[in-house]
Design a protein around this ligand. Sequence first.
Ligand code: PAF
Length: 286
Amino acid sequence: MIMPEKLAIVRTVAELRHAVAAYRATGRTVGLVPTMGALHEGHVSLVEGALARGDVPATSIFVNPTQFGPTEDFSAYPRDEAGDFAKLEAAGCRIVFAPAKEEMYPAPMLTTVKVTGVTDGLCGPFRPGHFDGVATVVSKLLMMAMPDRGYFGEKDYQQLQVIKTMVRDLAMPIEIVGMPTVREPDGLAMSSRNRYLSPAERTTALQLYREMNTVAQKVRDGRSSCSEATASSSKALLAAGFDKVEYLTVVDAESLQPVETVAGPARIVAATRLGRTRLIDNIAVD
Ligand code: PAF
């Protein structure tokens, strides 16, 4: 069968499964890129990652209400379906699954997927229930599409570890691929929420990446312990105009447990508040 060289927009699980099965029938593998829309170059790089591995890229767009807290930005979360479809088509995506809430949650959910351990720290305590919402919706999306691979950005590093842990523990026959964070030319990590930043906040926001690099240099050189370096950079962020540093810490890259000296793969992870925007970022330090 010759598959159409354009983006198929599907709204139901049945249509999604049909579209995936049609590609599978031609011997192709499928890579799913789950998103909440408001797509930027970071999302496009995930589609490109799927193409580079030979997968037919499929993207889902669904602003998942169950992963937002009651005071979080669910209703304000940016939505631009037509713009997203155009970006996906240009990137070479072949299927986009954009379900209504009733298609994702046709009945009250009596099942929750809960990943422990890697959710105990970092964003976990600041966003109660968030990772349950993520793990549950990602399980649903993976079961709906049954892709060969799932592509997620390292920008949401804790989320990536949650999903890898879930897929391993539940023996889902899907490879999870983590893709590098895409940054603006000045270093700010791309995020759909960056559009909430005022011009002045956008300038201040840059300091986050700079301070994470300062921490990385200090702990690599052995000039400071991890806690000394992160304490000093947290102060610098508050002095630069951040309203809050929820955490800035160095953790083991897999368990996400805090480390005091870097002896193996580690990650500098941060969550901050700047005006009404919550900014998270992370970088590797080995
Ligand atoms: O990273 C996101 O955009 C969301 O958390 C995800 C993985 C699509 C689940 O809703």
